[in-house]
Design a protein around this ligand. Sequence first.
Ligand SMILES: [Zn+2]
Length: 218
Amino acid sequence: MLDREREQVAGAARRLAAAGLVAGTSGNVSARRDDRVAITPTGGMLAELEPDQVTVVDLEGNVVGGDLAPTSEIDLHLGVYRAYEAGAVVHSHAPMGTALSCVLDELPCIHYEMLLLGGAVRVAPYATFGTPELADAVVAALDGRTAALMSNHGAVTHGADVEAAVRATELLEWAATLYWNAHAIGTPRILDEAQQQAVVDAAVARRYGRVQPAEQAP
Ligand SMILES: [Zn+2]
């Protein structure tokens, strides 16, 4: 059941661990197909996770496959799936994003690549890990975004598939590092609404981010 998704979730956990974006057992990944979700287990070592350690649950959180109990942040993952058109969700305690979550109410849009996340990234108010209150706060912070920071805790991203959700986590951590570095030497300028809209228009017009065939010289 969900063999491909279990493989993708385990692969993403190992990739995120290798990149230092998750450590030990902290962080979790899930992928959805129809009304089933493949999700990392609670207590699983992410750097060594194998597909047969990935749990399968339904959208109410009942375990329907696998031998291990799902992550304690299952409400957070299921809340994102219920609210948004997501195919995968990543939750991490990535170092730079988590540091900023202890200070900022919002990571401002200082680079146009952040528009791939929806622009400025909100910081959801603090609540105890694993609680419905935390899930609700994060789901609200994700409105119109594929990324949110969680106050004094970490980050959440989602995407159409596991690859997209992982890339969003990598991009968010890059943006957090960029903000940190810029802030260390001055006050970062923020892209205004018009500048952000111009980027969206240009990206649509030029199909930015897609591999395209070269135009052949006549
Ligand atoms: Zn966490």
